[in-house]
Design a protein around this ligand. Structure first.
Ligand code: PLP
Length: 394
């Protein structure tokens, strides 16, 4: 028996465990201090009433012989796929029901999709980045090249024909930077991918945070159905991080080496996946009702208010940042040329506020820091008051 040696090439991720240790040490030394966590990428608002009602109703159905359900379709129930089709149609994107696959979240699909592609492909991944894209490709032994995001390109790197790739990852709104591509920029990526016969894996997990006229989906761009797969999730849209439901769009027009990726993905899913629980799919379906949309929008607005508080504080302090307006993430430059971890330590030690060092998301994140809007209003205001005090006296 031989192991997949590629696993030994994975970089140990010390980011969140180091943060946890530092926070624990600090709390021991300062038992009176209330620590405020501005680094959390998880939501805090509860599921909305319409979703809870749908879950309860579905649970009752599962307990009655006449309405009980066993295995469902691996790719998701028609009712939910139809809801999602309608959601896209409202934005002018026409999808067929069989192009939509329901999953237990974007993370699984982002990893599992790689089953379809040869390990010989070269992969282009932004830096800084959501670490799952890198690690899943390292596990498969693929060649990775990086697409550097920086202040000059507003953390929105554009294609470079001298940097060819077979698979390209784009995440917009971006985690960790909060940056969002506009339509022209995405159109350039689509042109580049088609010219190179490359595939774009587009992560739209934060699309619900877009409030300006910017794309929510890569399929708003002409020609994208010939070169892109889109991953989306109800985790941040509707507080499903613990409930688990997402969806992936694999267009029927997506053909490589004369094979349709939609059929391959269907084959993969029907072989290795047995579907998302009926109760969860019913809950997800409630998100797309008129009342459900109103209720989830209220929670998103709640986070957006936090993002506005963080953004206005940074503006007043003259700190360079991006994100916040169309994203729950604010990506700031560390003041006084401090490194990411140096700034982390100062913020924790001097005022008990915890953020995420940008260097934890890749080398290009060094010197930057991520703040998130997923806390409570009171904590966010309190954290930003303490933050201002520290920066002014730095
Ligand atoms: N994609 C990005 C960019 C994320 O930040 C996250 C979670 O934080 C995910 C995907 C995972 O989403 P899910 O909870 O649907 O697995």
């Amino acid at each position: 028996m031989k192991l997949n040696r590629n696993y030994f090439n994975l970089q140990e991720s010390y980011l969140f465990s180091t943060i946890a240790h530092k926070v624990e040490d600090y709390q021991k030394k300062n038992p009176e201090q209330k620590i405020i966590r501005m680094g959390i990428g998880d939501v805090t608002r509860p599921l909305c009433p319409k979703v809870v009602e749908a879950m309860q109703q579905a649970a009752l159905e599962m307990g009655q012989e006449s309405t009980f359900r066993g295995y469902g379709p691996e790719q998701g129930y028609a009712f939910l796929r139809e809801d999602i089709r309608g959601y896209y149609a409202n934005r002018g994107v026409a999808l067929q029901e069989d192009e939509i696959f329901i999953s237990d979240g974007a993370k699984s699909d982002l990893g599992n999709i790689l089953d379809l592609f040869s390990a010989d492909n070269s992969v282009l991944i932004p830096n800084p980045v959501y670490p799952v894209y890198v690690d899943t490709n390292v596990m498969a032994g693929r060649r990775i090249s990086y697409l550097f995001a920086n202040r000059e390109n507003q953390f929105l790197p554009m294609p470079d024909l001298s940097q060819p790739a077979d698979i390209i990852y784009l995440c917009s709104p971006n985690n960790p930077t909060g940056a969002v591509y506009n339509k022209e920029q995405l159109a350039e990526w689509v042109r580049y991918a088609r010219k190179q016969h490359a595939l774009i894996l587009f992560d739209a997990a934060y699309e619900a945070f877009v409030q300006d006229p910017l794309p929510h989906s890569i399929f708003e761009i002409e020609g994208a159905k010939q070169c892109a797969i889109e991953f989306c999730s109800l985790s941040k849209t509707a507080g499903f991080t613990g409930t688990r439901c997402g969806y992936t769009v694999v267009p029927n027009d997506l053909v490589f080496e004369n094979a349709g990726l939609n059929k391959l993905w269907l084959r993969r899913q029907t072989t290795k996946f047995n579907g998302v629980p009926y109760v969860v799919q019913k809950a997800a379906s409630a998100v797309f009702t008129e009342e459900g949309q109103q209720q989830v929008r209220q929670n998103i607005a709640y986070y957006q208010q936090n993002a506005a508080v963080i953004s206005s504080t940074l503006q007043e302090l003259g700190i360079w940042f991006i994100g916040g307006r169309n994203s729950p993430y604010i990506w700031m430059q560390c003041p006084k040329g401090l490194g990411s971890w140096q700034f982390f330590d100062i913020l924790l030690e001097k005022c008990g506020v915890v953020g995420t060092p940008g260097s934890g998301f890749g080398s290009a994140g060094e010197g930057y820091f991520r703040l998130t809007a997923f806390g409570s209003h009171d904590d966010t205001k309190e954290a930003m008051t303490r933050f201002s005090h520290i920066i002014v006296n730095l």
